[in-house]
Design a binder for this molecule. Structure first.
Ligand SMILES: [Fe+2]
Length: 437
């Protein structure tokens, strides 16, 4: 089909075979920003109707990369190579070519370059919601709250407040602010976003983080529960909001409630092998155990999923959570295999490989030592990297599990002075934490 240039309602130009493709792509972007379940289906409609549209092909590669696993990455590599061959034959515009280059860089493991390309696209095309949301994702998995925050601060003044997706921007900005510890401002932006659209799960989530970090656990339970009928309409991200709810209950010592939410929600779709589900589950079970709760045979199902990811070399944050399941679930062979894979990964010239070497391996070894009762070795492994923990990505609330594991080992070790120091550190931030006290 002959390709022409068509613009969507925001004036963003697409090379496509019909104006419909450009408009549908805008729908896809909105759906992706809202974690809507139909996101994949919308893209499939576009690729079925307009298989040569460069941005549709690129988005297919992006979605594959977003799964953060070796088999999906292998698929993304093929899509990216095809796109690079194909793009020369189309009259793809500069923005589309840059997106193709971002996908290429992502497939090559150069996450820094990937994010830089998206940010460069946004300088010229601030209305490119896909570049904007993807940059938010990779800033998040680089553990860089300031970049998350500033990426949105640059864009917000350039968007009309009447834009249908403006609330998503407010929510992303809120999340960046929260990760920078600017809780009041974060709360203002997050609440404004949720007021616009209570189904905007990421914005609901920004406030959930504010309430977690400011230790407003009762309010957190009310906040998440009050909006449940809205945010629970989104994709598996909804289970992460149940995870947040569990954290509030955990701090309040309401372990039965945590177990119930774990069984009914957090772990309910573990078979679908979505990375965030495993992250939620591993970190919640390990936390429960550190609170002295017997989690029974719950690790087993996580081990089965984690074993599918022994070769993953995408995001260190995910790898560490798979490893948690293998270690805690007692599959030493698989855990050793995963750590060996991490050692190989750390020698590669890739963004996340460097983080794996700099911080990931230390956490991995600390977790293994801690689980096998070598508490002093666990502290010795983890303590030197505790100020670099943010590099593994994810949120401060998520990374807190690694801090807790280190503290738990310090408590069990015979080094009372180190333990006292580390617990005092955590109390400095979380004054009311029942677990720390
Ligand atoms: Fe979260």
């Amino acid at each position: 089909m002959p390709m022409k240039t068509y613009a969507d309602a925001d004036g963003l130009e697409f090379t496509a075979s019909s104006p419909d493709s450009a408009n549908k792509f805008a729908d896809f972007t909105s759906s992706y920003m809202g974690f809507r379940r139909e996101t994949g289906a919308i893209l499939k409609d576009i690729t079925d109707a307009d298989p040569d549209m460069p941005m549709a092909r690129c988005a297919k590669g992006y979605l594959a990369k977003l799964f953060g696993s070796s088999n999906h990455s292998a698929r993304a590599n093929v899509i990216s190579a095809d796109l690079n061959d194909h793009i020369k034959a189309t009259n793809a515009n500069d923005r589309e070519q840059r997106h193709a280059a971002a996908l290429t860089a992502w497939c090559a493991g150069d996450l820094d370059k990937t994010t830089r390309i998206w940010e460069e696209i946004l300088l010229e095309h601030p209305q490119d919601g896909l570049a904007l949301r993807l940059a938010h994702f990779t800033h998040f998995y680089s553990g860089d709250g300031r970049k998350m925050r500033d990426s949105m601060a640059r864009i917000l003044p350039l968007w009309s407040k009447d834009h249908r997706n403006y609330g998503f921007l407010q929510g992303m900005y809120a999340f960046g602010l929260e990760e920078c510890g600017q809780y009041e401002k974060a709360e203002r932006f997050g609440r404004a976003a949720v007021e616009r659209n209570p189904q905007d799960a990421w914005s609901v989530h920004s406030i959930a983080h504010v309430l977690e970090m400011t230790e407003r656990h009762e309010e957190g339970i009310q906040w998440v529960a009050g909006l449940e009928s809205d945010w629970s309409t989104v994709n598996n991200f909804r289970f992460h909001l149940y995870w947040h709810k569990s954290l509030y209950h955990l701090e309040r010592g309401e372990f039965d409630a945590v177990m119930r939410i774990y069984d009914e929600q957090v772990s309910s779709d573990i078979e679908s092998n979505f990375y965030l589900d495993i992250c939620n589950c591993s970190s919640l079970l390990w936390r429960l155990e550190m609170f002295g709760i017997d989690v029974g045979g719950r690790w087993k199902a996580l081990v089965e999923v984690a074993k599918k990811h022994l070769e993953d070399k995408d995001l260190i944050f995910l790898t560490l959570h798979y490893l948690m399941a293998l270690i805690a679930g007692g599959d030493k062979v698989a855990a050793d295999q995963m750590i060996e894979g991490m050692q190989n990964w750390s020698t590669m010239d890739e963004t996340q490989a460097r983080v794996c070497g700099e911080v990931g391996l230390a956490i991995a070894s600390g977790m293994q030592h801690a689980r096998e009762g070598r508490f002093k070795d666990a502290v010795a492994a983890m303590e030197p990297v505790r100020y670099k923990l943010n590099l593994v990505g994810g949120s401060a609330a998520q990374r807190d599990v690694f801090v807790m594991i280190m503290l738990d080992a310090a408590k069990a070790s015979s080094d009372a002075l180190v333990a006292r120091a580390l617990f005092a550190e955590r109390l400095g931030e979380k004054v009311h934490s029942s677990w720390t006290w």
